[in-house]
Ligand binder design. Structure first.
Ligand code: ATP
Length: 352
């Protein structure tokens, strides 16, 4: 049996079904993210695991024990919030020691654990400061240390980086992953930020309207999205309506262009379907291979590592991401261009 097993979990608030039949098995030491847009039920699911919310139905089994109705303080779960929630009148050391003092651990053990935690979060020397004397990033490290000091069986993190500025967010992101791996702790991380979920997690649970849409590794959910929602929520996606010409040979038509895709024998000739294609698979200006379509550049966004070009493809807007190189000749708005892409780069979504 998995270390943490969530079965048929649902939560209703009046008319709102916030979480619908949520099923998930988490292995010991795994880092799992709940990813989805605002209101999709991520936080409610996390709060049910923590014990702050009572499920309407379903169960939560942790290490073989049914904890569904156990009060939060008896679950042995650590939690980190977006707002840090440190005790303002306690020093860093006392904040970290808080859970251990409540558990009446011996003073020697508390001192030792606080020292270890300060090392782990790289804030040794800060033990006597108060939260207001720390930056946001430092406060969140202390909140993390406080959650970890009690050696929780699971660490829950609810959008812990949302209040921080972009650079600190990226730094702390890798700190969280390093600490989680050092301790081998099981972690669940709630976020609406796909980059965070993809970069941190062993597996990502993509949620929409209270339901799980897909569970998979970052590689799987990005490269093999199973639903239209996952495909469009994670990463950028171009959707191009095409008509099936020859399903067995994988030929489809877009305007005047005949395009080669993977064979799709389940489709019918004449059927209208949608071709899905990531912007980084779109090449600009090469008349290579079989798939080229003429278009006109609408605008060009220089994003540093990539250059994002918006192209009008015979009435359909698409994005093409070019890798930046110093030699790159930047396209300009109004340029006539040829878009081309390899046949295996796109997939077909059956409905138009
Ligand atoms: P966000 O990223 O905005 O926090 P979320 O994915 O975490 O969103 P939840 O906070 O879990 O979403 O909310 C899911 C749904 O349940 C929403 O429609 C929300 O309005 C509703 N909801 C959450 N908590 C309550 C509550 N205490 N009472 C009534 N409705 C609630």
């Amino acid at each position: 049996m998995a270390y943490l097993s969530i079965r048929n979990l649902s939560k209703r608030f009046g008319q709102t079904l916030a979480v619908r039949d949520f099923n998930l098995e988490v292995e010991r030491g795994e880092f799992v993210s709940f990813l989805g847009p605002s209101g999709c039920g991520k936080t409610t699911t996390l709060r049910m695991i923590a014990g702050f919310e009572t499920p309407s139905s379903g169960s939560i089994i942790l290490d073989g024990v049914d904890i569904t109705f156990l009060p939060p303080n008896r679950r042995h779960i650590g939690m980190v919030f977006q707002s840090y929630a440190l005790f303002p009148n306690l020093t860093v050391a006392d904040n970290i020691a808080f859970g251990l003092k409540v558990a009446k651990r011996p003073p020697e053990e508390i001192r030792k654990t606080v020292g270890e935690m300060l090392d782990l979060i790289r804030l040794s020397g800060f033990e006597n400061r108060y939260p207001y004397q720390l930056s946001g990033g430092q406060q969140q490290r202390v909140a993390l240390a406080r959650a970890l000091a009690i050696q929780p069986r699971v660490l829950l993190l609810d959008e812990p980086l949302s209040a921080l500025d972009a650079k600190i967010r990226v730094e702390l992101r890798s700190e969280i992953r390093r600490i989680q791996q050092t301790l081998g702790i099981t972690a669940i991380y709630v976020t609406h930020d796909q980059e965070e979920a993809l970069s941190l997690s062993d597996r990502v649970v993509v949620m929409y309207e209270g339901k799980i849409e897909q569970v998979g590794t970052p590689f799987e959910v990005y490269n093999y999205p199973q639903t239209r929602f996952v495909a469009s929520f994670i990463g950028q996606l171009n959707l191009i309506p095409v008509t099936v010409e020859d399903p067995k040979r994988g030929l489809v038509r877009f305007g005047n262009s005949l395009l080669q895709v993977d064979p799709a024998p389940h489709l019918n000739r004449g059927q209208t379907v949608t071709l899905a294609l990531r912007p980084e698979e779109m090449n600009l200006g090469h008349i290579e291979g079989r798939n080229h379509v003429e278009g006109r550049v609408l605008d060009v966004m220089f994003l540093g590592a990539i250059v994002r070009v918006r192209v009008d493809l015979q009435g359909r807007e698409v994005l093409a991401d070019l890798f930046n190189e110093r030699q790159l000749a930047l396209p300009r708005p109004g340029d006539q261009v040829i878009i081309n892409f390899p046949p295996h780069a796109c997939w077909i979504i059956s409905e138009a």
